[in-house]
Design a protein around this ligand. Structure first.
Ligand code: PLP
Length: 312
């Protein structure tokens, strides 16, 4: 079993995120929907659950630095825990393809960020090579401690819901999270339908957290699909955008674009009426505030009349 996170000397209080009943969306879909708000983890994404374990183990092994390739959230998380552990964090990101706030988080914690002229997949290949060098530990989800730590979300869902849901829906980027969730449910002796949403336009999607062409856990995910344990739904950019807006507009839950992939996938499934569903919302909306249309700036005169006229 994984390290007990609460006993970790570098814990920032990860996990124990709220499971929010989504009343209006439940009505719309004819089912009982709950939102697992992973954006409320310390650095704003589910990555913290596994990162605290991976960085603690790296420190125990006498490493000098942790290294990761990142679309942003892995970097923010690795940087924070590395700071607490007194390790260097070295991060490779695809140039021009990560959200500003995520890079700021990593830099604020003192990580050394290198923007690579290439894709996430190029960055990951380089990090795997770096991770082979003495003193460097790879903390991408290929590190088994990451997957081990990320399983903790399953126990929380079971406890908060009081039983296993019929369906759990989440995004599919590299596939580390669904691997962890599948393993967690198997260990708990529960077998909900696991539904994962991926962007049809993997290499260029607006949902940058899942802008990954070659999923690192692709072979394992294919095995899970073959065994009938996981279903993959491939989503258009419009489907992702609509689901993301619904979460904010209908439920007041502001997640980042990639996090809406589970709901978008759920919207596609036939025969889900009356089921109990948990959507895992992987990251906070403030991570990628630039995704929101600011609607243009139209200053209004500082009089009540002008404000009333503007309201209409
Ligand atoms: C990392 C990440 C994902 C993708 O998770 P995988 O384990 O790579 O499939 C989805 N959403 C957010 C917000 C992420 O940070």
């Amino acid at each position: 079993m994984g390290l007990n996170v609460t006993s970790s000397t570098i814990s920032l209080g990860e996990g124990s995120t709220p499971l929010v009943p989504a009343r209006r969306l439940s009505e719309r879909l004819g089912l009982e929907l709950h939102l697992k708000c992973e954006g409320l983890n310390p650095t704003g994404s589910f990555k913290d659950r596994g990162m605290v374990v991976a960085v603690e183990r790296a420190a125990e092994s006498g490493a000098r630095a942790v290294v990761c390739a990142s679309t942003g959230n892995t970097a923010a998380s690795a940087a924070a825990y590395a700071a607490r552990a007194g390790l260097e964090a070295i991060v490779l990101t695809p140039a021009g393809a990560t959200a500003t706030a995520k890079r700021a988080q990593a830099r604020a914690a003192g990580a050394r960020l290198f923007e690579i002229r290439g894709s996430f997949d190029d960055a990951l290949r380089l990090c795997r090579e770096l991770g082979e060098r003495d003193g460097f530990v790879l903390v991408n989800s290929l590190n088994p401690d990451r997957v081990e730590g990320q399983k903790s979300v399953v126990g929380e869902i079971l406890e908060q819901l009081g039983s296993a849901p019929d369906i759990v829906a989440l995004p599919f980027g590299g596939g580390g999270n669904v691997s962890a969730v599948a393993a967690g449910f198997a260990e708990a002796g529960a077998s909900p339908r696991l539904v994962i949403g991926q962007a049809a336009e993997r290499a260029t999607t607006w949902a940058t957290a899942i802008r990954i062409s070659e999923p690192a856990h692709g072979a394992h995910v294919a095995e899970l699909v073959g065994a009938g344990r996981v279903e993959v739904v491939t989503l258009s950019e419009d489907e992702l955008r609509v689901a993301w807006q619904l979460l904010s507009h209908q439920e007041g839950v502001f997640c980042e674009p990639a996090s809406a992939a589970g709901l978008a996938a759920l919207e596609r499934l036939p025969d889900v009426e009356g089921t109990t569903v948990v959507c895992i919302l992987t990251g906070h909306g403030l991570k990628d505030a630039g995704a929101v249309d600011e609607g243009g700036s139209n200053p209004v005169d500082a009089t009540l009349e002008a404000v009333l006229e503007a309201i209409g």
